[in-house]
Every structure is written in structure tokens, then in C-alpha cells.
Write a protein that binds this ligand. Sequence first.
Ligand code: MN
Length: 286
Amino acid sequence: MPTPPGGRVDSDVVERGLRRRYNRAQKSTRPPKLRASMDRRKFLATSGIFGAGLFGASNAASSLLHAEPRPDFESNLNLEDKPVAFSVPPLPYPNDALEPYIDARTMEIHHDKHHGAYVTNLNKALEGHPDLQAKSIDDILKNLDSVPENIRGAVRNNGGGHWNHSLFWQLMKKGGGGEPKGDLAAAINASFGSFAGFKEKFKAAGLGRFGSGWAWLLVKDGKLTIDSTANQDTQYIAGGKAVIGIDVWEHAYYLKYQNVRGDYIDAWWNVVNWDKAAELYSAAKK
Ligand code: MN
């Protein structure tokens, strides 16, 4: 502030200047769109709206499928900091929890880099589509036809990748494996003869998926069925509700098992979270 003639600073002028600068700063750092987006994210974060969906309200990780404001969001806000619609949920266990069946390095790369890239690319595809950004990933994938054609492929692949992996992390746990219990065990025996028979058919579905994709145990028309999907296609393309699913992309197993997908599938039975599977089965039957 230049000193006015006479050497006296006019405090009104200073104050008016500061107020103008303050108002300008408020406007430039907080465009209305960003404000709306933050409010929406706060709403989603506090309402647990996504958690009430497929992944179950009880799971803490599920509410993180939508981005929450970072703790430093208010104080470190800058113009480069764009709000995003979706974020990667944290792994519900440490990277090495599934050793020796799935190695820590694979889990780290798979979760941070691969799942991370699906989310980054999904958010990129949804830029400029606030209507889609406001939806849950389930709602988007259930209605792919309503996604504009020029981003539909990107949303199918990257949104599917986000959905599939968010479920996959929950379908494994430290000290998992063993056999399913209760209703799910009975249904598996009724549908496939035995648990061993089921595992054999499920493995065949994983081995038979040419290239990259997923093998699934689904509830379809009220019955258990084994299926597989290509790339990152989800249960919504398969037309069922997932009970378990295994990622058979090479990135899921190559470091430890190289090209031997069958050995990876055999090892995977040791980490399956049958409690989560039972929860999904019972929800799917309702
Ligand atoms: Mn994967």
C-alpha cells in the first residue's frame, strides 16, 4: 500500500483494499462448482450412501469408494486441486497379510497401481459429467447405456475395474480359506455336488477365460452358477450377483506364479473370505 501524500496511511483505504483482495481470493479459490462438489462428497461421506449398497453398510472400507475430503482439504486448497468423484478404498489388511499365497509386492502394485489407475481413468472419463459423478459406481454400471457413447468404453473398463477390485479385496483375508458354512455350503453342495466339485469347475472357468478377466460364483435367477467375464466386465454384464470372484489378469499373479494361472487359483483358496461370501450370498437371495 503506497503511503499517501502527507505520510499518513488512510486506514479506510487499506481496509477496502484488503476486503477486495479477500473477496477476490474467495471467489478464485472456491468456484461454485467445487463448492457443490465438496458438499456432495461430505454428504456421501457422512450418509454412507454407497455403503448401503452392494458392499454392505457394515464394511468401513465401502464408504471410501467415494472420495472423502482429505483432512487438509480446506487449508491446502489450491487451484490445481480438483475434486474427484471416486477414490481407491484402502486395503482392509496389510500388503503382506495374504503371504505366502499372494505376495506383498503383488498386493501393493495391484492395489496402488492397477486399482489406482482404474480410478484415475474413471475420474478422467467423468470430467464434465456432474450427473454421473454424483451417482454410485453401481448405478453407473447398471445403466451403461445411459452413459454417453464417447466415454462408455472408458467407464465400462475403468468403472468395472474399480467395482471388481473393490469387491476383490474384501473377498480375501488373512487366515481365510477353509470351507464355506451354512446356507452357502448347502447351496454349493446342491448345485455342484460337493465343495471339491465346485472348486474344480470354478478353476476351469478361471483357466478357460482367454486373456484377462474374472471367474465368478454368481446368484443368477435365484440359483448358484459359475461364470466368467472378460476384461473388467462386472456382475452387471454377467447378469447375476457375485458371491465370490477371482481376478485372473496376469497382474494378479505374475510376480509369484508367472504364467501358471492354475497354481495361483489353487493357492487362492487359502485366502478366500467365506464370511464375506456368505454375506453376499444371503443378500443376493433376498
Ligand atoms: Mn486386477
